[in-house]
Design a binder for this molecule. Structure first.
Ligand SMILES: [Zn+2]
Length: 384
């Protein structure tokens, strides 16, 4: 057997975090027989001078290749990999700073001026009940910027830390109001450039602005521990997650989807998905020209699933199959389709489980009768 060239460096320009120096300059080894990566420590850092190769980076030098070969021959082996030692300690990386909960609380008000919320109550084709809107607002902790009517979408992680608060001004159809210069902003930017303009920043904000990434958790992640058994629906934008909840029902029912959002197309990654470990996850990428979004999420989902044991990702292609080309070019999402339909038709599962009054009241409208008769469309997105 030829063990010489079984393990090779991954082709292409993909770089991983180096186990020695922590820089993202590490080319990993691939097992050509399985197509899989070798354990993370095996590879070559391309900072050759500052980060010399260690014996435990080479599967042929540290005994890995031999041990695998022995194992495959059915021989027992006592060999264990050496633990990587870091050459350079990570230069005291500042801890991630969060937005204080009081700042979030300040936004939980002013819903009469909140364009997004008022649209849902009054301007959409099938307005929602006040109780449902109150419920979704309190679940996801949606807020308002009273000065401009923007809705606040907070990204709260599973530990309850507020990672970021996105602020969006919508038009009366609940699409981004592109006539406004600052239609999409962040709470920390508004505070930095408006409220504290020409004033010293509070300590937390100073620290927060040094964070490398703003959105480092999922929108709705804080709900995962509250609803530990629900399957998860993952979409790009918070708005879509809110629509999904309003249409398909709330997560108190453990069979209902718990709707979360990643923020945008390109920010689906392993780190954010760690909170989803052990779940069934249904992904609904937005439409895109040539199905690029669908393809990107399908590939990412497969990659993430491999690394999160017991987690299953299913990417819905229903929109891809049904949508006309024009919708694809406009990058429409499921929210655009849902909002045109009566949400009552989607909640039939709930209606069905409610004990039916006996006898049926005479004044039941034709629509209600029709709803009761129709069987729930259980596999709406995965019918194909
Ligand atoms: Zn290195």
């Amino acid at each position: 057997m030829n063990t010489e060239h079984r393990y090779i460096f991954e082709k292409g320009s993909k770089k991983h975090r180096c186990p020695n120096c922590d820089k993202k300059r590490f080319v990993r080894y691939i097992d050509t027989q399985t197509g899989e990566y070798l354990p993370e420590q095996y590879g070559r850092c391309d900072r050759e001078i500052n980060c010399p190769q260690q014996e435990y980076n080479n599967p042929y030098l540290d005994g890995y290749a031999k041990a695998i070969w022995e194992q495959e021959q059915g021989n027992k082996t006592e060999w264990k990999p050496q633990q990587p030692k870091r050459i350079k300690k990570p230069v005291n990386k500042p801890k991630r700073a969060f937005i204080p909960i009081q700042e979030l609380k300040k936004t939980l008000t002013g819903y009469n001026n909140n364009i997004f919320i008022q649209n849902l109550l009054q301007r959409v084709p099938f307005p929602f009940e006040v109780q449902d809107i109150e419920k979704v607002v309190s679940l996801y902790r949606l807020g308002t910027v009273p000065e401009n009517g923007a809705v606040c979408f907070p990204y709260i992680d599973s530990k309850g830390n507020v990672n970021a608060v996105q602020e969006k001004i919508f038009d009366y159809t609940n699409h981004t109001d592109k006539t406004k210069k600052y239609h999409t902003s962040w709470l920390h930017s508004r505070l930095t450039y408006n409220e504290y303009k020409n004033k010293p920043l509070p300590e937390w904000l100073e620290a927060y602005n040094k964070n490398e990434t703003k959105v480092s958790c999922l929108f709705g992640e804080h709900l995962l521990s509250k609803y530990p058994y629900n399957p998860v629906a993952l979409v790009e934008a918070p708005k879509t997650a809110i629509y999904g909840t309003l249409y398909f029902g709330f997560p108190e029912q453990p069979t209902n989807l718990l709707w979360l959002a990643v923020y945008n197309l390109s920010s689906l990654n392993l780190n954010k998905c760690k909170a989803l470990k052990g779940r069934n996850v249904y992904l609904f990428p937005d439409l895109s020209k040539d199905g690029k979004a669908f393809e990107l999420w399908s590939n990412k989902a497969a990659e993430i699933q491999k690394r999160l044991q017991g987690t299953y990702f299913h990417v819905s292609d229903l929109l891809e199959q049904l949508a006309p080309q024009q919708d694809k070019e406009q990058g429409k999402d499921i929210a655009d389709y849902l909002i045109k339909q009566d949400w009552r038709l989607f909640r039939k599962q709930d209606i069905k489980e409610t004990p039916q009054p006996e006898p049926e009241p005479v004044e039941t409208s034709t629509r209600e009768k029709r709803e009761k008769r129709e069987a729930p469309k259980k596999n709406f997105f995965f019918a194909a």
